[in-house]
Design a protein around this ligand. Structure first.
Ligand code: SAM
Ligand code: SF4
Length: 343
């Protein structure tokens, strides 16, 4: 089982980049497939799925995780695409949860299959979860996800509450201008009524339809102002972790917690401790990276762990200094959209 205590299992020099940022966090995409088609992420149709032999097997994911943990990675988040559509996900969770030195094993999901999977995932050793939910109103949910599935997601969340070993339950809502404003108070009230930490995340230029532009970003500060006007003042909650992506607040009366992930208006690149692995085994050292390292080819060529480790170290050393979203022409979109990276 996951050991939350900080017993040291790092057997090698730690993974570090040229700016001195230690890498402690890996997001592993386990599939490019998804049962939703969120407008800020995927196209309505036309994406070709990877074939089975193109994506990493569970054994390859386990091997990579072990190697990364031996170099200081402490947190693994499984994502996609939609990770719950990959067959036997609880088996993968069980295997990874046994890796000594891993302090946190989490999942990011759209929640559609949670009613069925919450129990098996908890039993397999999952410790944290982020459920993506951008609207609490049925037709608006449909408008964003292109699926009429709000009810299933809410039922999935209810089911999760039965398993306190998965904690906290975080809800992530992508905030888009001229859409999300009308949802803000509803989400704030949800965070007060339920044991969910609700976080708003700013819309980033990673949508397959390439509709992003700055005018469509509803910033965390704008949302906070709406909450304070319509619901109640918020009080900052200090974070002990400098790499924490979200700025946290409590409601002034102490009931409920909200978070704001503001990568566009307040970039947090200088404290970034994350790397990403795509479903087909490409190591990406930034969401917006233009360079990738093919770890699948290395593993399938029969390379030793030492060779694999060296390839990871070299890639991490060149981790991007920052994203360039706020730097005008210097910003170039990456060829992948969010579902093909693993958010
Ligand atoms: N399918 C799962 C889900 O939706 O939670 C996991 C994969 S999804 C790509 C991971 C996260 O990325 C979700 O919280 C989603 O809302 C977020 N996301 C996708 N596209 C985004 C964008 N263009 N800007 C900001 N967040 C985005
Ligand atoms: Fe699927 Fe998640 Fe992308 Fe929505 S955000 S289309 S649920 S991968």
């Amino acid at each position: 089982m996951i050991e939350k205590s900080k017993v040291e299992f790092v057997t090698k020099p730690r993974l570090v980049d040229a700016y001195g940022r230690l890498i402690k966090n890996v997001r592993i995409s386990i599939t490019d497939k998804c049962n939703f088609r969120c407008v800020y992420c995927m196209p309505a149709e036309g994406l070709e799925w990877l074939k089975k032999d193109q994506i990493l097997s569970f054994e390859e994911i386990e091997r990579l995780t072990r190697v990364l943990v031996s170099m200081g990675v402490e947190q693994v988040r499984l994502t996609g695409g939609e990770p719950t559509v990959r067959k036997d996900l609880p088996e993968l969770v069980r295997t990874l949860s046994r890796i000594k030195g891993l302090h946190s094993l989490s999942l990011t999901t759209n929640g559609y299959l949670l009613k069925k999977l919450a129990g098996p995932l908890a039993e397999a050793g999952l410790t944290r979860i982020n459920v993506s939910l951008d609207s609490l109103v049925r037709d608006r949910f449909f408008q964003l996800t292109r699926r009429d599935s709000l009810q299933q997601v809410m039922e999935g969340l209810e089911e999760l509450e039965k398993y306190p070993s998965i904690s906290p339950i975080k809800i992530n809502a992508v905030a888009m201008k001229d859409f999300t404003e009308a949802e803000v108070a509803g989400f704030a009230l949800l965070a007060r009524r339920k044991p969910y930490v609700v976080r708003f995340i700013e819309f980033m230029p990673l949508d397959a339809d390439e509709n992003w532009d700055r005018s469509k970003v509803l910033t965390g500060d704008e949302i906070k102002a709406i909450i304070e006007r319509e619901v109640m003042p918020l009080v900052p909650v200090p974070s002990a972790d400098p790499a924490e992506t979200s700025t946290k607040y409590r409601f002034a009366d102490g009931i409920g917690e909200m978070g704001f992930i503001n990568p566009v208006s307040h970039p947090f690149c200088s404290a970034c401790d994350r790397i990403r692995l795509t479903a087909e085994g490409m190591l990406r050292t930034c969401l917006f990276a233009h360079i990738e390292t093919d770890l699948k080819i290395i593993m399938r060529s029969g390379a030793s762990d030492e060779v694999l480790e060296e390839a990871i170290r070299r890639a991490v050393w060149k981790k991007e200094m920052k994203h360039y979203i706020n730097d005008g022409e210097a910003f170039k979109r990456t060829k992948r959209s969010m579902s093909q990276i693993g958010g």
